[in-house]
Design a protein around this ligand. Structure first.
Ligand code: PLP
Length: 366
């Protein structure tokens, strides 16, 4: 039995739904943002209970628009070292300084006590990542802290589509939330991203920046912006994905629960929180068994692990070590966590038999 790192299937019905929309794009007036992009944005925003939403070309583009709208030039942004580089590059591209922050002990999440220690007079934004789809467990405390200190809160929700904690959907805790639609994510548009916000001023600014910096008069420029628009083709795929995202998240949840049930608890600790509803983008398993040993053992038996969250914390990237735009300290918890976890496959295309096989193999490691 071979179990690939990733698989993405579309049913005949999904493909037909897509094709029926696409055939209308070809005869419409717009191949770039038009009717279907509007529909996609409105449906996403409604489902996420957000006041405003903006579609854009990637999750990284979404973050860059967020930081540019807030205007972080010569300001500091506190961000986890345990994240994807797509969280940090936009900070530097927007003229800010990234202040890398350690994890909570034995956890993938940025530590709230460390955040408080890293705040300076220059701190303008705290950026939280909802790792694997779990909304940060201290998000409400971080939100109150930001309000008190007049610091912006940006959520990198690239993993956390429709994750929910205490009746709030991801992206709505802070000032701006950013989602990714890369193919491996919870839902995809091929490439794409979405920004949500409840603040009219930020919404208007990001909408303009995404479209060259245009004002409401198309001929007049307000800002020196970028072109991060998406095409109608991407949006049609987004509409397909919105129809099936709930059932796919449910499938991911079932898979995570299977791992929790079937994996030997003396060896493996599967992250699962009862009071929070995750998108289950990643299944996080903590273990003392060395990662390379697990990876090789599984590979030999045809099983491919998915990417960790994360294998290399950002403070270990040479390009960041050399940059004057990043403040780097010591990160014992992130270093430790990167070595003590792995992510078994948990995409919805997995069969029950495959999960049973993965668990059996994992349990047989000594
Ligand atoms: C995927 C991802 C991004 C970037 O999204 P893209 O759509 O690939 O640009 C940013 N942050 C995190 C945590 C991600 O996983």
């Amino acid at each position: 039995m071979n179990i690939p790192i990733f698989k993405l299937n579309f049913s005949k019905k999904n493909v037909e739904f897509y094709q029926s929309r696409i055939s209308k794009v070809f005869t419409s007036k717009s191949l770039s943002e038009g009717k279907f992009t509007n529909e996609f944005v409105n449906k996403f925003k409604k489902k996420n209970h957000s006041k405003y939403a903006i579609a854009c070309s990637s999750g990284t583009a979404a973050l860059q628009l967020a930081f540019e709208a807030i205007n972080i030039k010569n300001c500091e942004v506190i961000v986890p070292t345990n994240t994807f580089f797509g969280t940090v590059n936009p900070i530097i591209k927007s003229g800010g300084k990234a202040v890398l922050c350690d994890n909570e002990f034995n956890s993938p999440e940025i530590s709230f006590s460390e955040i408080k220690r890293k705040v300076t007079k220059k701190t303008k934004v705290i950026c939280v990542v909802h790792v694997g789809g779990w909304i940060h467990k201290d998000i409400l405390k971080i939100r109150s802290f930001c309000k008190k200190k007049k610091i912006y809160l940006v959520e990198d929700a690239a993993h956390a589509h429709f994750s929910n904690y205490k009746n709030t959907f991801s992206g709505n805790f802070g000032d701006i939330g950013c989602f990714s639609f890369f193919p491996t994510k919870v839902m995809t548009t091929g490439e794409g991203g979405m920004i949500v916000t409840n603040k009219l001023r930020l919404y208007k600014k990001m909408l303009s920046l995404k479209n060259f910096g245009r004002s409401s008069n198309d001929l007049i420029l307000n800002d020196i912006g970028v072109n991060f628009k998406i095409s109608e083709f991407n949006s049609c795929l987004g509409l397909v994905e919105l129809k099936r995202v709930d059932s796919r998240i449910k499938k991911r949840e079932e898979i995570t629960k299977m791992y929790k049930k079937l994996l030997d608890q003396n060896k493996y600790d599967v992250l699962f929180r009862k009071k929070s509803k995750s998108s289950h983008y990643k299944c996080l398993v903590k273990t003392k068994i060395p990662y390379l040993k697990i990876k090789k053992y599984l590979k030999k038996r045809g099983i491919n692990l998915t990417g960790k969250v994360w294998e290399i914390p950002l403070h270990k990237q040479n390009v960041f070590k050399k940059s004057k735009k990043i403040k780097i300290f010591k990160y014992p918890n992130a270093d430790e966590f990167s070595k003590k976890h792995f992510c078994p496959p948990n995409y919805p295309e997995l069969s029950l038999k495959q999960i049973q096989r993965i668990c059996k193999v994992l349990n047989s490691i000594n």
